[in-house]
Design a protein around this ligand. Structure first.
Ligand SMILES: [Cu+2]
Length: 146
């Protein structure tokens, strides 16, 4: 018995550091993506300094239009010339569509489109699905400021 115990202790001493090394290796692998992603915001730091990251970076504005029976929310969208918009259309009540002919947008529920407001003015949008008695009232306006 004494000989067995004396064999186990060196074995444990040999195994424990290996377990510790494995744990450390895993930690290093998990950590390595973080410095990579941390590097890119530093490179793109200048738009933040301008105070308007969305405008400076050219990132699309996300707008969600929700339809109910029988209205759009929002029914009035304010943009500036040059804005790139990612517009998502959702049906909350009923089945409707969103058509913005001036910008080539024609969406059904759950769909997303991207367009650039390349001209100033007031542009109507309306429901693109014959949805019932209130269908003709389902209109909205996009106001693009110069
Ligand atoms: Cu409709």
């Amino acid at each position: 018995m004494k000989k067995l115990k004396s064999l186990w202790i060196p074995l444990l001493i040999a195994i424990l550091p290996m377990l510790a090394l494995t744990a450390c290796g895993g930690g290093n692998n998990a950590g390595s993506p973080a410095p990579g992603t941390g590097g890119s915001p530093a490179a793109g730091g200048s738009p933040a300094a301008s105070g308007s990251p969305a405008a400076g970076g050219g990132a699309p504005r996300n707008i969600v239009v929700t339809a109910t029976n029988f209205a759009f929310d929002p029914a009035d969208i304010q943009l500036h010339v040059g804005d790139t918009v990612q517009i998502t259309f959702q049906n909350k009540d009923g089945v409707h569509g969103l058509a913005i002919p001036d910008f080539g947008v024609d969406l059904r529920g759950g769909q997303t489109a991207k367009f650039t407001a390349d001209k100033s003015g007031r542009f109507d949008f309306y429901c693109a699905v014959q949805c019932g008695t209130g269908h003709d009232n389902m209109t909205g306006t996009i106001n693009v400021a110069p």
